[in-house]
Design a protein around this ligand. Structure first.
Ligand SMILES: [Zn+2]
Length: 678
């Protein structure tokens, strides 16, 4: 599976939910008839609801209330001044009266220029022939309450299909080109908004029989050019729903749809996901992101996060989706993703650290490092602490107890305490409420042999104030290694282990099972450090106009900031990441002249181009190398290379990566000193 981190970043899951406080949402009901003509962008709608007393609601400024009725009688409507792009409307009605509101207008055109950051901002309701997206927070319907259930009847031109989250209860296909597509959806659980999507979609469907429930309706709403992918998306969705139904509890809805977006979105709503059409073509979307979005039907859209006390849903979803798939692949792949979390955490600037309990949603990288990475790691450490069985029981209990309710980190803790049969307050307290993480070290390792017994005295240290930790320590002898877990809850502590033989050395947490500040030697250099460098430098070490041009063009694609070209002399010492580009013999000669480690043996002689980061110690500028057979081999890297920021080395055959990886960095081996008895 290829991992393309830059594109993964497009898929910020935006759960529209802002479910503040209340443990049990109050349920209002909205009945909506919507007619949308994407070409003219005309929306006309009728809303029916029960008046809560005077009803105040906001609509986008392109929409106007045309008429209102209270218990069937025409009613006066008041409108306030525009606030931003929203206007507040008021209807004075007795509590419990039946309200009918007729409204409409011409929506803004779909803004095709929005990039993946733009779509994370506040979007207006937008319409176009190519696709319409009426975001739940864009003021396209009168919101009856913070939480409400709804029914939406949607009417579209013959060539358009559309949907909102919920159960499809009626559908009528157009009889001819002038007919209308009609579909009715019902959402019976508490929703905090309605997202409407429409487009010139081809709908594919798969009905999956279920025990004790009506068949599951899986659908793709894809553009015609994506049609060949529909079957695979439907089958993978079925697989993910089955997987999580077994792990957690029955899928809580009656259907799931994958909807192509004309914008670079990656949104997960209940019963559907809305993903950019270009992104849907990428193989890792089905392998990872689709499962993540399916799982949000349990975590986030099935149990709602209590935003006031912190959003746990991204961490649990990341752990049970993205991380779980890696763990299923291999232990090495799982370690690599943990290393990625710890590396992102190490890159958070001092002063930007926030406790996990403060995470609401992703806006900046620093928040993602905590809200996704640290949170997922907390679930990983929790499973280490209470065991796989108790963890699985806790997950199922949490789901059974909080289905369609707002739940907090405290509710999660209570479920896991019940499953594990022991208190977990200190564990959750330290990982949720504290910022940063401990720095851990083995200060001393002394072996003793006395009276035929071998003992090892390990002095472990951590920064103050101390965490309560179980620290895995690898004990390495000549022909094997084993892991011992040591309790550490002070700044400095000596643990004595009985062993069969005196070990050669020990390593602290080489597998990266603890959330902590990593030592530099555990952070192998990866290409992202060059990609995002503020003042990167480029050294072209081979002659020739063709090669020079190819190297410059590649550098423009690779670095986010313009690179400063330097001579092949490569001055050291100012710390700016430098990229050496050249033909194989010139690269080898340059490395030798600079006294740098030679071309890694595992890459030598392979493919048409090799890329690697040089592990050259703390005091020299970070150096990465691109070594190519010829100028064309460099040009072949233009598109693929920027997607491999998470790697330390790659071998390319033209534009295809045939080998890649991160340099092993198990951490410092601490030699065991033998202490003779006096
Ligand atoms: Zn998510």
């Amino acid at each position: 599976m290829s991992v393309l981190p830059r594109l993964l970043a497009l898929l910020g899951c935006v759960l529209a939910a802002t479910l503040a406080g209340a443990a049990t949402p109050r349920i209002a009901y909205l009945d909506l008839d919507v007619t949308l003509d994407p070409q003219s962008r005309r929306l006309s709608a009728t809303a029916r609801l029960t008046a809560p007393g005077e009803f105040r609601f906001t609509l986008h400024d392109t929409l106007t209330v045309q008429a209102a009725f209270i218990d069937g009688q025409p009613a006066a409507v008041g409108a306030a001044h525009l606030r931003g792009t929203f206007r507040e409307w008021r209807i004075a009605a007795p509590q419990g009266a039946a309200l009918r509101i007729e409204y409409g207008g011409t929506l803004p055109a779909l803004d095709r220029a929005l990039d993946h950051r733009g779509v994370l901002g506040a979007l207006p309701p937008m319409a176009s022939d190519a696709g319409s997206f009426l975001h739940s927070g864009s003021g396209w319907y009168p919101r009856p309450a913070a939480f409400f259930s709804y029914r939406v009847r949607l009417s579209l031109p013959a060539e358009q299909r559309g949907l909102v989250a919920g159960r499809l209860i009626a559908e009528e296909l157009p009889r001819d080109a002038r007919g209308r597509y009609l579909a009715t959806f019902e959402f019976e659980h508490p929703a905090d908004g309605i997202d409407l999507m429409a487009g010139p979609y081809v709908v594919r469907e798969k009905l999956v029989p279920r025990r004790d429930a009506p068949p599951l309706r899986l659908r793709t709403y894809f553009y015609r050019n994506l049609d060949a992918l529909a079957d695979a998306y439907l089958e993978d969705s079925r697989r993910y729903i089955e997987l999580y139904s077994e792990q957690i509890g029955a899928y809580p809805f009656t259907g799931f749809s994958i909807v192509a977006s004309p914008l670079p979105t990656g949104f997960g709503m209940p019963t559907l996901t809305y993903i950019g059409a270009e992104v849907l073509k990428l193989p890792f979307i089905r392998a990872t992101s689709l499962g993540h979005e399916v799982l949000h039907n349990w975590w986030g859209n099935g149990v709602y996060a209590d935003y006031a006390t912190g959003n746990w849903s991204e961490g649990l979803t990341t752990f049970m989706a993205d991380y779980f798939y890696k763990e299923r692949d291999s232990a090495a792949a799982a370690r690599e993703i943990r290393l990625g979390w710890l590396r992102d955490f190490a890159a958070v600037p001092a002063g930007s650290h926030q406790p996990l309990s403060a995470f609401r949603s992703r806006v900046h990288g620093a928040e993602a490092a905590v809200g996704y990475g640290k949170a997922a790691m907390v679930f990983f450490m929790l499973r280490d602490a209470i065991g796989e069985d108790a963890f699985q029981r806790g997950i199922r209990l949490f789901w059974a107890q909080h289905r369609f309710k707002v739940a907090s980190w405290d509710d999660l803790r209570a479920a896991f305490e019940q499953a594990a049969g022991r208190p977990l307050q200190p564990f959750f307290e330290q990982w949720l409420q504290r910022t940063g993480g401990p720095v851990l070290d083995i200060a001393q390792a002394e072996g003793h042999i006395a009276n035929g017994k071998t003992t090892l005295a390990l002095t472990l240290t951590q920064t103050a104030p101390p965490y309560a930790l179980r620290v895995p320590v690898e004990i390495i002898t000549a022909n094997r290694s084993e892991t011992r877990w040591i309790d550490l809850d002070r700044e400095r502590q000596v643990a004595t282990l009985e062993l069969d033989a005196l070990p050669e050395g020990v390593r602290l947490d080489p597998d990266l099972r603890l959330w902590r500040v990593l030592a530099r030697e555990q952070l192998p250099p990866i290409l992202r450090q060059w990609i995002i460098a503020r003042a990167p430098r480029l050294a072209i070490v081979s002659p020739g106009a063709d090669l020079g041009l190819a190297a410059q063009t590649l550098a423009q694609h690779f670095f986010e900031k313009p690179a400063h070209t330097i001579g092949p002399g490569i001055p050291s010492g100012d710390g700016e990441p430098t990229l050496i580009v050249g033909l194989e013999p010139d690269v080898d000669a340059t490395l030798a002249r600079l006294g740098l480690p030679p071309r890694p043996a595992q890459l030598a002689g392979r493919g048409s181009a090799q890329v690697w980061t040089v592990q050259n110690g703390e005091d020299r500028a970070p150096i990465a190398v691109i070594s190519a057979r010829d100028a064309a081999s460099l040009t072949a890297l233009l598109r693929p290379l920027p997607h491999y920021g998470a790697q330390s080395y790659l071998v390319f055959d033209d534009s295809r990566a045939i080998e890649r990886g991160v340099w092993p960095a198990p951490g410092r081996l601490i030699a065991v000193t033998r202490v003779k008895p006096l």
